[in-house]
Design a protein. Structure first.
Lengths: 209, 621
């Protein structure tokens, strides 16, 4: 018998055992979030597949008359905003891992503000396209693709903003610590995913002509 | 007592709430499993009535029973109901009940998400079945554009919304199962010791996780096309109708494995138990399951051979390739039965019915992989026959096998064997009578999804036979319902392990207490319960295939010393409480009362007594 007592000893020499009952390895909630992100990736993969399928079967791309979808200035600005918010979100994670609750709150506030600014700028972009360029979701398949892809991404940004708000409120109540902050890790993973999807969208829609 | 679903002492401890509230708010994986199974069976009956409507119309030439419009709604919603509201929720329900028990876990990883997943099913069902009141959804179950994008019926939009709900439910369920399987296994239960039903649930969940979101995106596009002037599937606006087929079948082909892989798992649990042998080729079976899952993502376009828009040799080749792992499974089942002591209880009858009839479905599916043959029979009754041989003779037979097999675990009483065998033979004959003639009709060129056929085409007799078979299938549900009814009114006297089975779910009481296990037996192989019961005997049985590397050979040396309930690594949590015991419940749980008529040794009792010996809960270890 070892110092650990009779309960553990008899089977310690046994071969590989399972990560029993969630005590080892990745946290169960974080695993759930990563799996959810996996399914979200497939959702956007469907939308991207539609984009490239239609693009490949079209004689001209973008369709004639669409010259107002340009990377500069607004799309490039919102891309910078979202990338910056990913950085601040990661800072939030690092701060709470170091048990710095004030740093966590600060970083979350900045991330939240950047996410909200992104959403406002997207709405502004939609407004300009709809009024000045008369370009809507029913303006041919290009309009359908543009608004569906960016719209579903915007909905996910909104979901991320809600998630950040929740963990911000929880961190204001002092619920997180260096040992207990799995919700921060999960929301951060989701926010990075939303950011990566935008980068893919930006390249696909604005840069690949 | 006689009319309660669970023995009173097994309910929630100290609860004074009504049973209605209890069932509406439960997060217990067993209760959610029962809710899933009941809902799914209800959908089976509704979808069956629609099928009988279709077959009644087709019994003789001419339009006598329904008009063409209602016919279109019936066959569309029959398929949607059976696939999305019956088979998928039924497998989710069975896995919900059984998988945590097989893993030695107390519940699923995310119990509240589990409840959310279930409650999306009735909501989705209400939308889908409610579409009948809003013009129906006469667009076929795979909803091809441009028909689905232009059909003016509001029922189509309801159907699409319902499908998104059901899809979200399945995605959340898949996340839950994967997290449960990777994080909640009992100590010693390594991946390569997991029961095959768990393995198949795992692969099914991966397929769900990666295929359903794709069709969800497609449904979103379809909804935008229908309601907001989108042009995804409209060539006039620059869209592409074949795009829908790609998106749908990228989900649709994994979907058929989602419907059948759990069936493989069930049969792989039942065949060894009723053959009194370990499963032949456990590792090969696991690899075959995983490769079916992987290949399932590379064959979607074999549904689109006639579009002329896909690369035929690639998809034909990969479709044939899937026959290899499927064939491995067949050989494994047959080799398991070979030389075994077969018992022909109802679960085994259904499993053998599955093996024999699914083979027909698999073979006529392999015909369809031959491109020229597919060109000939595409959209004929050959395809109808194929899908029903794999889904009725496949999934439905395995579902009944599972229901008969696990019914004693869920309720504490076995279903009546005589009625079960009557049901099996009616269903077996009905299935063949309904679907075999459709092979011949398809070869003869009868097109599916048409409400009528010419009286001089020579198809009348075969169609009439098919209709008789369909009604036999309908009749076969009556002995089952009667069986469930009378059995639940009778005494709950089934033993904890009535089939002398191998896996952990039989190591607890029937039905299990809320917390599932007092203590867990040690897990040294993929048959922990067999080791527990027969380990000492098996230790001397040199004839057993105990070669190195065989998982069921690893227990031999120490098997004689192994006792039920010996403390195993990790059977206590950090605070020293035994795992599997709900907080605040004393070791003298109320369910320790022996049940009258229990003939076999009460293992839970033995477990508890042994578990108490080494150290009392709460003592420092």
């Amino acid at each position: 018998m070892t110092a650990h007592g009779a309960v553990v000893a008899p089977h310690q020499e046994e071969g590989p055992t399972a990560a029993g009952h969630g005590t080892q390895g990745i946290d169960t909630a974080l695993l759930g979030m990563l799996l959810f992100i996996g399914s979200e990736i497939m959702f956007f993969a469907g939308l991207f597949a539609a984009y490239f399928n239609v693009r490949a079967s079209s004689p001209e791309w973008p369709p004639p008359g669409i010259d107002f979808i340009q990377p500069l200035p607004l799309p490039a600005i919102v891309t910078g905003i979202l990338v910056l918010s990913s950085v601040t979100m990661q800072l939030a994670v690092w701060r709470i891992r170091a048990d710095d609750r004030r740093g966590l709150v600060r970083a979350l506030l900045i991330s939240l503000a950047l996410g909200v600014v992104f959403l406002f700028l997207q709405v502004y972009d939609y407004y300009v396209l709809l009024t000045d360029d008369d370009f809507g979701i029913d303006s041919g398949v290009y309009g359908s693709l543009f608004y569906t892809l960016t719209g579903f991404h915007g909905a996910h940004v909104f979901g991320g903003v809600v998630g950040i708000s929740v963990i911000l409120l929880r961190s204001l109540q002092g619920q997180f610590s260096a040992r207990h902050h799995i919700a921060v890790e999960a929301v951060s993973a989701y926010w990075h995913f939303v950011d990566v999807v935008w980068i893919a969208l930006f390249i696909t829609i604005y840069l690949l002509k | 007592m006689a009319t309660t679903t669970l023995r009173p002492q097994l309910g929630t401890y100290g609860s004074t709430r009504s049973w209605v509230y209890e069932w509406l708010t439960t997060t217990d994986h067993k209760k959610i499993g029962v809710l899933y199974i009941t809902t799914a069976f209800l959908a089976f009956l509704i979808g069956g009535v629609m099928a009988l409507g279709v077959r009644t119309e087709l019994a003789v030439p001419g339009l006598q029973f329904v008009d063409a419009s209602l016919y279109n709604q019936l066959f569309s919603l029959h398929a949607i109901t059976m696939i999305f509201l019956f088979v998928m929720p039924m497998w989710t329900g069975l896995a919900n009940y059984i998988v945590p028990l097989m893993l030695g876990a107390a519940d699923m990883a995310f119990p509240r998400i589990n409840a959310l997943s279930y409650w999306m099913i009735p909501a989705g069902a209400a939308l889908i079945l409610g579409s009948f009141a809003f013009g129906g959804a006469p667009i076929g179950w795979y909803m091809y554009a441009p028909l689905s994008a232009t059909d003016p019926a509001k029922g189509v939009d309801m159907l699409l919304m319902g499908l998104v709900l059901l899809g979200t439910s399945s995605i959340l369920g898949a996340i839950n199962f994967i997290a449960t399987i990777f994080k909640m296994r009992a100590p010693g239960l390594t991946l390569m010791r997991m029961p095959l039903f768990v393995w198949n649930t795992l692969v099914t969940s991966v397929l769900l996780l990666f295929s359903l979101p794709v069709v969800t995106s497609g449904i979103a596009m379809l909804f935008i096309d229908r309601n907001y002037g989108g042009g995804f599937f409209d060539p006039a606006l620059g869209g592409n109708p074949v795009l829908w087929q790609h998106i749908f079948w990228f989900f649709g082909h994994p979907e058929v494995y989602i419907l059948i892989l759990p069936a493989f798992g069930v049969v792989s649990e039942i065949v060894p138990v009723f053959s009194r042998k370990p499963l032949f080729g456990y590792r090969a079976f696991v690899l075959a399951t995983a490769s079916i899952g992987a290949l399932g993502f590379s064959v979607w376009a074999h549904h689109m051979f006639v579009t002329g828009a896909v690369y035929l040799p690639f998809f034909a080749f990969f479709t044939f390739l899937i026959a290899v792992p499927t064939g491995i499974k067949f050989f494994n089942w047959l080799a398991t039965m070979w030389g075994g002591q077969l018992r022909f209880d109802t679960p085994m009858l259904y499993a053998m019915g599955f093996i024999s009839l699914f083979l027909i479905g698999g073979l006529d599916g392999a015909f369809l992989a031959v491109v020229p043959f597919d060109f000939m029979v595409n959209d004929t009754y050959w395809v109808v026959s194929h899908i029903h041989y794999v889904l009725v003779a496949g999934s439905v037979f395995a579902i009944f096998a599972a229901l008969y097999y696990w019914f004693p675990k869920m309720t504490g009483t076995k279903l009546d064997e005589r009625l079960g065998k009557v049901q099996f033979w009616i269903l077996f004959i009905g299935t063949n009578l309904a679907f075999f003639p459709q092979h011949l009709l398809g070869l003869d060129g009868m097109i599916r999804r048409v409400a009528d056929y010419a009286s001089n085409a020579g198809w009348t007799e075969l169609n009439f036979l098919s209709t008789i078979g369909a009604f036999l299938i309908g009749v076969s549900t009556l002995p089952f319902l009667w069986n469930v009814f009378v059995t639940l009114r009778g005494p709950r006297d089934a033993a904890d392990d009535p089939w002398d089975a191998n896996t952990l779910e039989w190591a607890t009481t029937s039905p299990p207490p809320t917390y599932n296990f007092d203590a867990l037996p040690p897990v040294r192989s993929e048959r922990p319960l067999f080791d527990l019961k027969h380990g000492a005997v098996a230790a001397h049985a040199t004839a057993l295939p105990a070669a190195s590397g065989q998982t069921h050979g690893e227990l031999r040396e120490d098997a004689a010393e192994e006792r039920l309930g010996k403390p195993v690594e990790g059977d206590r949590d950090e605070s020293g409480e035994p795992r599997g015991v709900a907080p605040g419940v004393s070791a003298e749980a109320p369910d320790a009362t022996p049940v009258a008529g229990r003939s076999e040794p009460d293992m839970a009792e033995a477990l508890r007594q042994d578990a108490e010996k080494p150290s009392k809960p709460g003592e420092p270890t």
